[in-house]
Design a protein around this ligand. Structure first.
Ligand code: SF4
Length: 369
């Protein structure tokens, strides 16, 4: 198998799982440099105070709501009205009546707000270079080809997909509700072929759910895609950190490159299930609060440690890998958040025909919680 031709391919689940560690799942798009002011150390106290005061003033003046993803630089999180994962931000955005929704996140999330917004609202993104390596793996043409070859097949897209892919999908899910959505689709369509995309690690997770429900994997298909940040977190990162911090628990985002190996360890009883859990970005907060362990190894983007530490101040959070930083997310900075509010840019618009088709799977994602 040529590893370069397999990336982004749709394969039967068993074949995809078997190929996970032989496929080059690197980003299909160029990864930008980190802006210097994504690092809090590179913003002076005076500039920070000015930007925070101006953002506060502009939010009030323009009736704007600022939403920030958990992976944002800390300064951006501090300026936001709401901090959360993609599902939570979509839910809050849908419920808001603010005139302006400024979302410091990445484009696929901005598109969701633009699809769901009310007629009087404007959706703004601080930087148009905030893309996503995982979303870039998914190709709408490949999905159409799969549907043509599998009549009656149902497509479940992960939230990390652009509007053209969502328009081809029956359901969307986020990491926070992936299990519920997959279980719902399995039960609702007991014999239909199922395609889960684009993250093959989450696909592995979906496959385990299917098996736990006593179903064959034969009807499941997966796409060979991954997030370059989470893919970089490997089983050895977890093993090394657990050796360094005896007694620590581990919480792992199911997009990680260590997911299949760690899940297998738990299933084989080599690690106690309560000491190694697989949780969404937001679900990690709950786990950290509730775990009896004082030290938690956290396998996801490093800046998720900030909201988690705020929610559970008595716990010590150790990132599984300090290299797990998303340069796409970090294109959003305190400065361009201020400029977005000041100049009302960059307005996110979507193709109305695609938006109409993408709305249904998004609504299903927002309603199955
Ligand atoms: S962390 Fe990964 S999945 Fe999330 S936005 Fe960055 S590249 Fe995409």
């Amino acid at each position: 198998m040529d590893k370069h031709t397999v990336r982004g391919a749709i394969l039967p689940a068993k074949e995809a799982i078997e190929a996970i560690h032989r496929v080059d799942l690197a980003s299909p798009i160029e990864i930008p440099d980190f802006p210097s002011d994504a690092d809090p150390a590179n913003i002076s106290a005076d500039e920070r105070a000015f930007l925070h005061a101006e953002i506060k003033r502009l939010k009030k003046e323009k009736n704007a709501l600022v939403l920030a993803h958990n992976y944002m630089p800390r300064d951006v999180q501090d300026a936001a009205d709401v901090v959360g994962d993609s599902l939570y931000l979509a839910q809050v955005g849908r419920a808001s009546d603010a005139n302006i929704l400024v979302e410091a996140a990445v484009l696929f999330m901005n598109q969701i707000l633009s699809i769901m917004k009310k007629p009087h609202q404007k959706v703004l993104a601080p930087h148009l270079g905030a893309l996503c390596s995982l979303a870039a793996h998914a190709d709408a043409g490949k999905i159409r080809a799969w549907k043509a070859a599998h009549p009656g097949g149902k497509v479940i897209s992960y939230v990390n997909t652009y509007i053209d892919v969502k328009a081809e999908s029956d359901y969307c899910c986020a990491s926070a509700n992936a299990a519920k959505v997959v279980q719902h689709v399995i039960k609702t369509y007991p014999s239909a072929p199922l395609l889960f995309l684009p993250d093959v690690y989450l696909g592995f997770y979906a496959a385990k759910l299917l098996e736990e429900m006593g179903e064959s994997l034969d009807r499941l298909y997966l796409m060979m895609g991954a997030c370059h940040v989470h893919d970089g977190i490997r089983p050895y990162h977890i093993e090394e950190k657990l050796l360094e911090y005896p007694g620590a628990a581990a919480v792992i985002h199911p997009e990680c490159g260590c997911t299949s190996a760690c899940m297998t360890k738990v299933r084989e009883g080599k690690v106690a299930a309560d000491m190694m859990q697989f949780r969404s970005t937001q679900g990690m907060v709950k786990f950290v609060k509730e775990s009896p362990a004082q030290v938690i190894i956290m396998a996801t983007e490093v800046d998720n440690a900030y909201p988690v530490s705020k929610a559970a101040p008595g716990k010590t959070i150790i990132p599984a890998s300090r290299e797990a930083r998303c340069a796409f997310m970090k294109q959003n900075t305190l400065k361009n958040l201020y400029e977005a509010l000041r100049d009302e840019k960059y307005v996110i618009t979507v193709d109305p025909k695609l938006a109409k088709r993408a709305r249904k799977p998004i609504e299903r994602m927002l309603d199955i919680v």
